[in-house]
Write a protein that binds this ligand. Sequence first.
Ligand SMILES: O=P(O)(O)OC[C@H]1O[C@@H](O)[C@H](O)[C@@H](O)[C@@H]1O
Length: 278
Amino acid sequence: MAASVSSVVVLDRGNNTTCTINLHGATIVSWRVNNQEQLFVSKLAVFDGQKSIRGGIPIVFPHFGQWAYGPQHGFARTSRWSVEKQPEPLDNGDIEALFSLVDNPITKQMWNYSFKLVLRVILREKELQVSFNLYNTSVEPFQFNMLFHTYLKVPDVRKCNISGLQGCMYVDKTKENGIYQEPREMVTVNHWTDRIYQNTQQEHVISNVVSGRKMKMIKYNMPDTVIWNPWDVTSNTMSDFGEDEYPNMICVEAGIVITPITLNPNNTYEGTIVLQVM
Ligand SMILES: O=P(O)(O)OC[C@H]1O[C@@H](O)[C@H](O)[C@@H](O)[C@@H]1O
């Protein structure tokens, strides 16, 4: 079914603090804190209910990267999700909503398993918590990748520092998947960057996001972190990304990438990121 303008769910915590989820991919397309947008969405992003949305927080599942059986980064970001629970205030005033994706004939053509994937979004005063629960409802085990492909909005990517990567091994996709070790305490991005860092620290702090503030990302059960910026080198290969936009975004993507998880029947796996405006 094609997504339409009405295919969005808005969490509103008051004080112009909102989070908007597009049911196409359950993609978080906006997170505003006191009216200030924290996420980057390309001006050329396509909202046709077909293509994945270029920006915000798309969900990569069940496969990361190019995939022999389906589209790059899997089908979750191009599937129509259901609202499991409409936004409701919790006792402390935070707002929670739940979304779900269940196997169907289209997903089974690519990945012949039964599953239920639930996304829980909690909007706090200065925090956004995004969790997934994956249930294996098949009769056999399956393996999966999962990643929150978070596009942060930044005034100038060259001024951002990212902590939590020092000493980690990484796959450099810009260098024929060569494997290197990160020596830097603070990683900067000054050129085309596409790296899968393995077993990163639980927290990343990204400096110089909107208004020169810092953003903390805390992750649970999501061991790896992808850092991506297409720069002018690969911007022009994407029809839904402006050639002048790369300075204004940085993708810091927490996920299960290098070693897929094996999930047994009737078992569940939960992972979370918390984004915190500092
Ligand atoms: O264009 P897509 O499919 O949204 O992917 C964007 C990028 O996503 C990143 O996670 C990958 O590491 C990159 O290789 C990829 O280019």
